[in-house]
Ligand binder design. Sequence first.
Ligand SMILES: NC(=O)C[C@H](N)C(=O)O
Length: 334
Amino acid sequence: MKKKKILMLTTGGTIASGPTENGLSPVLSPDELQSYITEFRDVCELECQALCSLDSTNITPAHWQMIVRAIRDRYDDCDAFLICHGTDTMAYTAAALSYLVQDAQKPILITGAQRSILLEITDAKKNLRDSILFALDERTKGVNLVFDGNLIVGTRAKKTSSFSYNAFSSINFPALARIQNDRVIYYVPPCPASGPVRFYDQLNPRLFLLKLTPGISPDIIPLIVRLYDCILVESFGVGGLPDSILDPLCSELARYEPHKKVLVITTQVTYEGSAVDTYEVGRRVHNRVPFLETRDMTLEAAYTKLMWILGGKISSWNELETAFYSPINYDLSF
Ligand SMILES: NC(=O)C[C@H](N)C(=O)O
């Protein structure tokens, strides 16, 4: 049987880090990383390409576009793609890739580690190994994150532990599959493709996330509305906005067409999502300005989906609403 070709794209992260006098920093080359996983030589060819060598704190939308170009350039001659990435912003990258590479029939997996591969006790080797096992499984396709034995949909992952090996949770959606005793066990099939693979590269970076805190001052609101095309308000509970924020926000937004200054209400609560109409402190926004709500999407998915939608041509509120509420890679269930 022909060996599968997996393209490993490295970006840095703890997985490739070593100690320096200024603290941990990515130092390993892709070949050094690869030298720790030799056991699959008979079943697959692993080709490595370094894209950058960064702590994921410094990953930006330009790096997401770079990853997409690297995948697009080799999409036809590789069977699977494995991106090694720092964990801190991995959920954003996994969500962004879910929108920038849609309907992929091949696995596009992203992984990393909580401890460097240089250490004797580390999760790095297991995460790389598991990723290859998932990549070689015929059922795996699309953008997914691999961590601690789980295959998590790219739009559903969130880093929920700073140090533990089970650093990522699958939010409001089950993990698709697990590695058990070196076997891939699927629980949910990957999101079915609706056509041939599509690559995108436009992203609008002018989004602002406003996290509410009790007693927050509204002083900053006019500036935010002036500078950004989309304001995501991380509201309380299922979607409550305090009086002090509601008035200045809605009067500033009312000066623009709603699809040109987009209000999005999201929640500070990790699980179960928003339901803005439930309480008066949410429902009253309807009487003032049109808005989108993130329902059960993760913040990372909602944020990157809006960057992607607003990076394209949107000429009406209806068009924006339809695009936002159309599920992609299992990002939205209601
Ligand atoms: N575990 C890690 O990879 C954390 C690291 N600071 C990073 O995100 O690059």
